[in-house]
Every structure is written in structure tokens, then in C-alpha cells.
Ligand binder design. Structure first.
Ligand SMILES: CC/C=C\C/C=C\C/C=C\C/C=C\C/C=C\C/C=C/CCC(=O)SCCNC(=O)CCNC(=O)[C@H](O)C(C)(C)COP(=O)(O)OP(=O)(O)OC[C@H]1O[C@@H](n2cnc3c(N)ncnc32)[C@H](O)[C@@H]1OP(=O)(O)O
Ligand SMILES: CCCCCCCCCCCCCCCC(=O)OC[C@@H](O)COP(=O)(O)O
Length: 416
């Protein structure tokens, strides 16, 4: 995929102004949005921005459904030409995930800085890799996607994801067609399905990164406390900034992708000024500063024996903990900054969908609301409300204060 490098011609303010001018004000949507009292608008974000973010969500969900339907249409192709079906689905998947990348990079203007050695940098995007990334933030998936985009593997990127995410409209449905590996986080049930799904990727026709959040759940103080009690029982060093990693998924991934994947990218993410970014913040135009430290580790340096591989992962997380300590002391990760520039394609893809859908959606909405039929108006209002509540539920999937019980005390008691 040819990349155009360019100096950012849109400043954030210009971009918002440009977008607003192209945007219809739709008081009904605005009322639908405010009437739910979903969340207090951010101080520095005015009503216009809230409205635009809300309209954008509808547009992006709308085109996400269209892309899911197109993915569905590729089903007859799978038994005839699986590799072609996979390539088509990578591009359809790209059209969805790149919109969230555009949201992060262009709408919120979030800066993503990469710390890595220049020799490894040359290999990123040119080989299959397993990415081990800490799981502390609500938008680490968006930051991950941004780097996938910059190295040309966004459409084919994979992850070991909890089964619950497969039910999230648009993103979760897209992942089925990208052959994402889902797990129930119950090893006795996961063992077989995870191994089979991993083996299925051995002949994948596109370069891909396979993401593993080895902690298995987002960091919370309560889960950290429980996790450190487990570490003490196992005689493992305590971690300050991470949960103790679950090793079985990593070991089985290394075991089944050996020969397909050439390296592990140990990735440690943090945000400047102790920011705790949120998807709502990004949607409302807040700018964050992500720093990612990546070490490329050749796969053949990782032990094949399961217990040695588990010990290797525990040591890796101890090193990651030290990198986070270094970051908190110095405000940066070790090593040189080698920053891949933002790509234009994500922005162009987003603008394409906005231009394609905003006008027809608005006209349809206005016609329904001006139909003169009370029943139609009420149904339209209810539909807008339902879609907004649905989108808010999807955004809630990223919020740590709504996180699962996995790794909590009661779950730990059940596991014993
Ligand atoms: C150049 C740029 C480089 C990089 C750019 C960055 C990223 C780009 C990469 C890719 C694409 C980006 C983004 C992709 C898009 C979206 C991302 C989506 C995110 C969603 C991800 C998730 O859903 S995370 C949750 C699901 N995933 C996992 O859980 C993975 C980790 N878990 C495992 O691997 C597990 O082993 C398992 C799930 C396979 C099985 O878990 P289970 O719990 O059933 O069994 P385990 O054996 O693992 O656990 C029991 C062992 O753990 C010990 N234990 C018990 N309680 C605790 C506790 N509270 N804390 C810690 N440990 C505990 C117990 O003692 C057992 O120990 P053993 O020694 O017996 O194993
Ligand atoms: C502009 C478009 C706006 C439309 C809304 C988009 C909403 C996208 C929601 C997709 C979310 C998919 C990625 C979520 C990744 C994630 O962070 O999952 C959490 C799990 O790892 C662990 O869960 P837990 O055990 O609860 O910590």
C-alpha cells in the first residue's frame, strides 16, 4: 500500500471549523442526545462539538453496518477462494478501524510517539509479529490501531479478545470476518478453540500483528491487589504498574505461530501528564499524548518449553514494570524516538464516508420528521434515541469502570 507522507495541513481548530461548516445542525439529534443525560458535556467542549460528535457516531455506525453487510456478501467466496475472501475482508475491516484511527489522529489530534531502535523500525510492517501490550487504558486499542495504520497492517491486525466483544456491533462483527481469536477466559474451554483459531492463521495471506494483553483484563487497583497476592503465593516479584500476566495464552500463541511469526514486539504504552484518556474524550475532541516503547524480540529466542516460556513472560513483565518506572521518573521511555508520520488514507476514508452518508442521512431524517405523521415522527425520535443508547453502550465497552469481574476476588475464589 503506497503511503503519502505530508505535513499536517489541517490544524485541529481549522479541521473542526471545516467539519462544522460541512455539518448540518440537527436540533432533533441534539435534543435526543441531551435528553438522555448520558454524560455531562466536557467544560471545554461546546454544544456544537457535542452535536457533531453525536452525528459522527451515527454516520460511522451507519457505514459500519454497510461494511458488515459487505463482509457478509463475501461468505460465498470463502469455499471458492479463501485467500481472496481474506484480502477483501482485510480491506473492508480497514475501512472501519481506520475511521477510529482518523478519529484519534485528526479529530482529537492525539499525538502518538514511538520509542524503538532504528534497526527494528525497518522491519515493522514487513513481518508477522506477536505484540505484547500492557492493558491499562481505555483507548489502548485505538493507539494500537494507529501504529498498525502507520506500518500498513491495520486491516489484517488480530487480537486474542474476550468473547463478549464479538457481540459488539460493527467492530465485533467485523472481527469474525478477520478471523480474530476469541476466548472465554476459561482455559479448559479456551484451550481447543484458541489453538484451532491460531493454527488457522498459519496461511494468512497478509502481513499481520497478533495482539496479546497478557494481563487478560484492564488494570484496576482491586485486581492489582488480588493479582499481587497470587504473585506472592507463586514466589514471583510484585509488579507496581501491571497485573500478573496469564501465561497460557501467550505460550500457546508462540507455540502455534512459530514459523508464521518471526518476532514478539514487546510494547509498553503510557500517556503524558498522567492522562487517563477515554473514547468519549476522543469523540469530544480532547487531545492526548501517547508514548509507546517497542522492543523487537526474535521468536527463536523464546523458549519452546511451556514452563520456561511462562517464566520468560513473567520476566518480560518485570522489565515492562521497570520501563513504566523509568517513564514516571523521566517522562519518557528509554531509547531513541523514531516516529512514523500520520497517514492520509485514514482521513480520506473517513471523509469519503462522511460525504457519502451525512447528506442522505440528514435529508432522510428531515423528511421523516416533516412527514406530518405523528406516528412517523415519534418512531423516528425513538429510533434516534435507540441508536444513541446503543452507541453509548458500545462506548461503554471501553470504560474501565464498567469492566468485567475477571481477575476479581470472587472469581479468584471460584477458580480455586
Ligand atoms: C511497532 C508498533 C508495535 C505495536 C503496536 C501496538 C499494538 C498493535 C497490535 C495489534 C492491533 C491493535 C489493536 C487490536 C484491536 C483491538 C484490541 C482489543 C482488545 C481486547 C482484548 C481483550 O479482550 S483482553 C481479554 C482477553 N484476552 C486475554 O485474556 C489474553 C490473556 N489471557 C490469557 O492468555 C489466558 O491464559 C487465557 C484467556 C488463554 C486463559 O485464561 P484463564 O484465566 O482461564 O487461565 P490462566 O491459566 O491463564 O489463568 C490461571 C492462571 O493465572 C493465575 N491467576 C489466577 N488468578 C489470578 C489473578 N487474579 N491474577 C493473576 N493471575 C491469576 C493462576 O494461578 C493460574 O496460574 P498458572 O501458573 O496455573 O497458569
Ligand atoms: C466514532 C465512532 C463511535 C462509535 C462507537 C465506537 C465504539 C467502539 C467500541 C469497540 C470496543 C472494542 C475494543 C475494546 C477493547 C477493550 O478494551 O476490551 C476490554 C478487554 O480487553 C478487557 O475487558 P475487562 O476484563 O472488562 O477489562
Amino acid at each position: 500500500m503506497h503511503y503519502m507522507h505530508f505535513n499536517p495541513i489541517f490544524s485541529r481548530d481549522n479541521f473542526h471549523a471545516l467539519y462544522l461548516s460541512a455539518e448540518w445542525l440537527c436540533p432533533i439529534i441534539f435534543l435526543a442526545y441531551i435528553s438522555q443525560g448520558i454524560h455531562a458535556p466536557y467544560d471545554e467542549t461546546d454544544a456544537l462539538l457535542l452535536l457533531t460528535a453525536q452525528r459522527k457516531k451515527k454516520v460511522e455506525t451507519g457505514n459500519g453496518i454497510i461494511i458488515n453487510l459487505l463482509q457478509l456478501c463475501t461468505l460465498p467466496l470463502w469455499p471458492i477462494n479463501k485467500q481472496l475472501a481474506r484480502k477483501i475482508n482485510c480491506r473492508l475491516g480497514y475501512s472501519i478501524s481506520s475511521q477510529l484511527v482518523a478519529l484519534l489522529e485528526w479529530w482529537s489530534g492525539t499525538e502518538c510517539t514511538l520509542y524503538t531502535d532504528p534497526e527494528s523500525y525497518k522491519l515493522y510492517g514487513k513481518e508477522n509479529a506477536i505484540v505484547v501490550l500492557n492493558h491499562n487504558f481505555e483507548i489502548d486499542f485505538m493507539t494500537g490501531w494507529t501504529f498498525c495504520e502507520r506500518f500498513g497492517v491495520l486491516g489484517s491486525s488480530k487480537v486474542l479478545a474476550k468473547k463478549e466483544l464479538s457481540f459488539v456491533p460493527v467492530i465485533g462483527w467485523m472481527w469474525y470476518f478477520l478471523e480474530i481469536v476469541f476466548c472465554k477466559r476459561k482455559w479448559e474451554e479456551d484451550r481447543k478453540t484458541v489453538v484451532q483459531s491460531l493454527r488457522n492463521l498459519q496461511d494468512y495471506p497478509e502481513k499481520f500483528w497478533f495482539l496479546l494483553h497478557c494481563e487478560g483484563t484492564r488494570f484496576t487497583e482491586k485486581k492489582h491487589k488480588i493479582s499481587m497476592e497470587v504473585a506472592e503465593k507463586k514466589g514471583l516479584p510484585k509488579l507496581k504498574y501491571h497485573l500478573l500476566p496469564r501465561t497460557k495464552g501467550f505460550c500457546v500463541t508462540v507455540q502455534n505461530l512459530r514459523g508464521t511469526v518471526t518476532a514478539v514486539y514487546d510494547s509498553t504504552l503510557n500517556f503524558r501528564n498522567n492522562e487517563m484518556p477515554t473514547l468519549l474524550g476522543v469523540l469530544n475532541g480532547k487531545k492526548y499524548h501517547a508514548d509507546l516503547y517497542v522492543r523487537r524480540i526474535p521468536l527463536d529466542t523464546i523458549p519452546e518449553d511451556e514452563s520456561e516460556c511462562a517464566a520468560w513472560l513473567h520476566k518480560l513483565y518485570q522489565e515492562k514494570d521497570e520501563f513504566q518506572e523509568h517513564y514516571r521518573q523521566t517522562g519518557r521511555f528509554p531509547g531513541p524516538i523514531t516516529n512514523p508520520p500520520r497517514q492520509l488514507w485514514a482521513l480520506l476514508n473517513w471523509l469519503f464516508w462522511v460525504c457519502l452518508l451525512v447528506y442522505p442521512l440528514c435529508m432522510l431524517l428531515l423528511q421523516l420528521l416533516l412527514s406530518g405523521s405523528t406516528f412517523t415522527v415519534v418512531c423516528t425520535f425513538v429510533f434516534c434515541l435507540a441508536v444513541s443508547v446503543g452507541i453509548r453502550w458500545m462506548i461503554g465497552q471501553t470504560e474501565i469502570d464498567k469492566s468485567s469481574n475477571y481477575g476479581n476476588k470472587d472469581m479468584q475464589m471460584n477458580n480455586n
